[in-house]
Design a protein around this ligand. Structure first.
Ligand code: NI
Length: 617
């Protein structure tokens, strides 16, 4: 890493330690406090060179959350304050603490004994963020809601045998159980759900990717150049992988497309109302912090080819820096035919190979594993893809009983219908800061005069001029997409340059908007939101979704109804992956893929990949 830090470079260990020292010196916290987040407080523009850390702390003795900015250059705290009524995220150590509390609790031990479990150390208890359900004894406490499993003896599947209906409820500040929600004994599933098998298939031959001349990318610190793409790799403890200043070289300059892109929030609401299962609504970004849970990736396992890894620094709850080696993976992939044309009569074929730059990171959150993949193609397309694998959240079901809100995935194991809802945030800059968004719909024209054969398709573009007009859903019947344009920059055809957001797999949520999770995840009810840029509007469910009563984030911000035409705008795309687990998703789910694309739409004067070398004569 270069000695001088770029304003968008993630914090390093020295900077994290310095932020901790500043907060310990000036933050007015007692010794019990732990560090929820120490992450780069990003300047919006490269021109601002100062280094700052956003710091959030939780003080259990007073049940108070504090946050502010440690100015590392000036060695001082800025805007440090107690956030009344807000709960910090749950760091991994606190998650583990819940398990220890339960295993030592006599009432919990006897609940296990009723289920024939003699050894509490064999039981995994996860203390999930509890949401906000208006339960009087929970108000004002730092909560976690427990889910329990009997771990298998081989140690390869802690989730194989759910202990259904048993939910210890924790006050994490007090370090104790406040009650146990026990909805009755259900027999443990018979099969421990082994993951590692003795006889792997023998006939899978090796594939090796060879790039004898090396990769086509160039890296300087966290700055990446690949073909005509320019971007910077960034990191946030909360969002994980962040990309800055994405642009494409054209007409002898780098033309900006996005200032910043990230997966800014996600929620996984489950569809079973019984027992304690309605509590399962994981905001993995805002409640736990995906960036803190990134995997250290391994060559040949997670990644194949000529890989360039990037390390990032995070920290434990004491604020001690912790390195995540190989947190971000970058490599090139062949992606089949790029473009092709044949003049059959002349026996002449022109064909290019498509290639993409892949930048990804993978995080493990309890039972689930998410990969976040960003693809940059030679033709100016940007692809975004979520890869989901891991163990579908299992619960137990009595022998002979049919699953109502899920599916049996193994004897005695059911997994409920749920959705993985991701909110991607794009700080747009298509050829500059001033952009507009148009919704593009297609419609059949009535048959008759001017459309005698009933084939006419109208193209209807609607400007989303204000925030009240820019809360949109997909429309299959209209083949709808959205286009971000810059009316101040015209292509050779005299039209505003643009990039279009092309949806892929998606769904609508089923949770009632007035339900506890519906109120907290208001963002999930629209596939597209556009907002005017505001520095503190980063997370679509608000900064502190843990135990929040709801209403924060996007639904709140857009009440200002700011104008969006030729303004500095942010586009939010909601990707909803609907999932009813199958028996084939057990014991580990094959990776599923869900994504969308940004495609140049009049951004270039022609196919920008015409200069890719032909592969044939
Ligand atoms: Ni799923």
């Amino acid at each position: 890493m270069p000695a001088t830090r770029h304003p968008f470079d993630p914090l390093d260990d020295t900077e994290i330690a310095k932020a901790v020292a500043i907060v310990k010196r000036d933050g007015g916290l007692d010794g019990s406090a732990w560090f929820e987040t120490i992450s780069l407080d990003e300047p919006r523009r490269e021109a601002d060179p100062s280094r700052r850390a956003y710091v959030c702390c939780y003080e259990p003795t007073s049940n108070r959350t504090f946050a502010g900015v440690a100015d590392l250059d000036a060695d001082k705290l800025v805007g440090w304050r107690h956030l009344e009524g807000q709960q910090a995220r749950i760091p991994p150590e606190e998650f583990g603490m819940a398990c220890d509390i339960a295993r030592a609790d006599p009432e919990f031990i006897s609940a296990l004994e009723m289920r024939g479990i003699a050894d509490p150390s064999k039981v995994l208890v996860e203390g999930w963020a509890a949401g906000h359900f208006g339960v009087a004894e929970e108000e004002g406490r730092r909560l976690a809601y427990g889910h329990c499993w009997l771990m298998n003896a081989a140690g390869d599947n802690p989730y194989g045998r759910p202990i259904a209906n048993l939910h210890p409820v924790f006050d994490l500040a007090a370090g104790k159980l406040i009650r146990i929600d026990d909805f009755g004994v259900i027999p443990l599933p018979p099969d421990p759900g082994p993951i590692r098998r003795d006889n792997p298939r023998p006939d899978l031959k090796e594939i090796s990717i060879s790039q004898p001349d090396g990769p086509s990318f160039a890296v300087d610190g966290y700055a990446v150049r690949w073909q005509k793409w320019h971007l910077r790799i960034g990191y946030s403890l909360r969002e994980g992988l962040v990309l800055h200043d994405i642009g494409y070289e054209d007409k002898s300059r780098v033309r900006p497309i996005m200032k910043r892109a990230s997966m800014a929030e996600m929620v996984v609401p489950y569809g079973d109302p019984a027992g304690g299962n309605f509590r399962r609504n994981a905001f993995d970004t805002g409640e736990y912090g995906i960036g803190n849970l990134l995997d250290s990736l391994t060559l040949g396992c997670d990644c194949l080819g000529h890989i360039r890894y990037f390390d990032v620094w995070t920290h434990d709850w004491h604020g001690t820096p912790r390195l995540i080696k190989n947190a971000v993976c970058m490599h090139e992939e062949d992606f089949g035919i790029g473009w092709k044309f044949s003049v059959v009569s002349a026996g002449q074929t022109s064909v290019t190979r498509s290639r993409r730059l892949v930048i990804s990171s993978v995080c493990t959150i309890g039972n689930y594993v998410y990969g976040f993949f960003w693809y940059f193609y030679l033709d100016g397309t940007i692809g975004v893809e979520v890869k989901a694998t891991g163990i579908p959240f299992p619960t137990g079901i009595a022998p002979g009983e049919a699953s109502t809100y899920g599916e049996l995935v193994a004897p005695g194991v059911e997994s409920h219908v749920h959705q993985h809802v991701f909110s991607f945030r794009f700080d747009m800059a298509v050829d500059g800061d001033r952009n507009s968004v148009k919704e593009v719909d297609f419609a059949a024209k009535p048959m008759g005069a001017g459309n005698l054969h009933g084939n006419a398709v109208a193209i209807n573009e609607t400007l989303l001029a204000r925030e009240s007009e820019a809360q949109r859903e997909m429309n299959f019947g209209a083949a709808r997409y959205w286009k971000v344009i810059n009316a101040n920059s015209l292509n050779r055809l005299g039209a505003p340059v643009g990039y279009k957001l092309v949806p892929g797999v998606n769904a609508m949520p089923f949770q009632h908007p007035d339900s506890p999770v519906g109120r907290r995840a208001g963002f999930m009810y629209k596939h597209l939101w556009v907002t005017q840029y505001a520095a503190d509007e980063l997370y679509p469910a608000g900064w502190f979704p843990n135990q929040h009563a709801g209403g924060d984030g996007l639904p709140k911000w857009v009440q200002a109804d700011r104008p969006l035409d030729n303004e500095d705008i942010v586009v939010w795309y909601t990707l909803n992956y609907h999932h009813l687990p199958r028996p084939e998703d057990w014991p580990v789910q094959p990776t599923v893929y869900a994504g969308f694309h940004w495609m140049p739409s009049g951004f270039f004067d022609e196919n920008p990949a015409m200069d890719v070398p032909l592969r044939n004569r």
